[in-house]
Design a protein around this ligand. Structure first.
Ligand code: ZN
Length: 148
């Protein structure tokens, strides 16, 4: 993950930037059962251990677990887009959008390898203010369905 020099404020608290300027997603790891979850939490959803979660840096690669093609969204959000749930390689699951694929079911196989990337976005209603956000791309820079 190269240093992209994005200095905008994170869109969500789980987006972090390390001392070298590398962006990452923060997760929580249970010291009781080793399960990893996206974001911060104090109780493990697998073994229900309380207050034994520590922060970890989430994986940047994973596979598509589920997806939906969104045709209607908030005003200002371009549609259609592909909303995905990704199984990260460290065991965490996270939602996001998948870009650089045609928004058709035929273009998105389940278990499709994807990678996490960080970008600057200007959300609708943000009065032009940019934020640091993330999305997924097909892994290895490939595209699917001839869509860019
Ligand atoms: Zn646990």
């Amino acid at each position: 993950m190269p240093n992209d020099n994005i200095t905008a404020e994170p869109l969500i608290p789980a987006i972090r930037t390390d001392a070298d300027g590398q962006h990452y997603l923060a997760g929580s790891r249970c010291s009781g059962c080793t399960a990893i979850f996206a974001g911060g939490r104090s109780v493990c959803a697998r073994c229900f251990t309380r207050d034994r979660m520590s922060e970890v840096r989430l994986a940047t690669r994973g596979t598509v677990y589920a997806f939906t093609i969104v045709h209607r969204s908030f005003p200002g959000v371009r549609t259609p887009f592909v909303a995905v749930t990704v199984d990260l390689s460290d065991g965490a699951h996270i939602r996001g959008t998948l870009e650089n694929v045609a928004p058709t079911p035929e273009s998105i196989p389940f278990d499709m390898p994807v990678e996490l990337v960080f970008t600057e976005v200007v959300p609708p209603g943000a009065a032009g203010r940019a934020y640091l956000s993330y999305h997924f791309l097909p892994a290895n820079g490939t595209t699917s369905g001839g869509f860019r």
